[in-house]
Design a protein around this ligand. Sequence first.
Ligand SMILES: Nc1ncnc2c1ncn2[C@@H]1O[C@H](COP(=O)(O)OP(=O)(O)OP(=O)(O)O)[C@@H](O)[C@H]1O
Ligand SMILES: [Mg+2]
Length: 368
Amino acid sequence: MKKQPDFIRVRNISKHFGDFVAVDNIDLDIGQGELFSILGGSGCGKTTLLRMLAGFETPTNGTIEIDGVDITNLPPYERPVNMMFQSYAIFPHMDVEKNIAYGLVKDGVDKAEIAERVDAAIRLVKLDRFRRRKPDQLSGGQRQRVALARALIKRPKVLLLDEPLAALDKKLREYTQFELMNIQDNLGITFVVVTHDQEEAMTLSSRIAVMEEGRFLQVGEPKEIYEYPNSRFVADFIGTINTFEGTVKAVNGETIMISCDDVPIPVKARSGDRVTVGQSVCIALRPEKIFLSVEKPEDAEAMSMPAVVDDLGYLGNRSLYRIRLANDRIIQVSRQNQRRSAKRFVEWGDSVWVSWQPDSTVVIVGKD
Ligand SMILES: Nc1ncnc2c1ncn2[C@@H]1O[C@H](COP(=O)(O)OP(=O)(O)OP(=O)(O)O)[C@@H](O)[C@H]1O
Ligand SMILES: [Mg+2]
């Protein structure tokens, strides 16, 4: 079966609450079988957008199509969509089995079929041993899986998940992330997942939309969003990043030279034809793309400058450094710890060299 690239097709969708614009004219195409994440801070409109896809909120403007059918004016129960809510309400008086069966019972599906589908769903989320337990006899992660099974059992074409893992601790969350990806892979259902956790979005998604104040700032694959953020907001939102304001001084084919007030040396980047001499830009450097060395690096392509270790923190598999440049500006650098060694590579107050490659300089053009 050929997968449709615009299985979900949203056009010009907005939601106004009185004067307040919660979702502001969004266009969105999601492919069949994608795991699409919507990422953004609290109050940016994620739940509202999902509720419009599910049919619990009527758009002020715009249209929604799924699988070629305009569903904008259909009630929730006529849409090929199921939603797992932010506070996944499972019924406290029903055991796991009854909770999962609920949607099918309500639809009047016959008993034998319900039993069969409940079995399959319970196996899928690995709750075999807990079928007769009530929610208060389950852990947070198990309850979350009940909610997931309940949403999956109706075999929707599209499953909307609003902060599905928010209630779990870090370890269980990582485990459940992979489970979710497996389930999604096996069933081929299209997932739209809302989260405000950028690491989760990076791990789970085929693509991510970064949302702010009702709009999408950037939509792309995780790597694209991480490596080529199109705005300061996106760069800052996804991971840690060092940013500097600058002006383009020279453009030479792919290579450009930028002068930044906060960086004591000229900054080289590859940016092709996106910029012109004199233009204001922002440059951004990921902490893991900056190298520390005791000696001045010999690589002629790399930019390098002397600096001092201001602070450092050991995080198990890597160390984080706060490095003070000659102009007193602090930057963050991270370094993978390859060897288990009691001896540190550098200490507080040590003189070091920081360096990075032109390819690692992210150039952000334009607003924000
Ligand atoms: N029924 C409503 N009436 C008025 N304003 C609303 C209503 N529902 C949501 N809003 C507002 O719309 C904005 C977006 O809300 P929404 O619930 O979509 O945010 P969110 O991105 O899901 O945030 P969170 O991460 O905190 O869940 C918020 O400022 C919220 O206060
Ligand atoms: Mg929300």
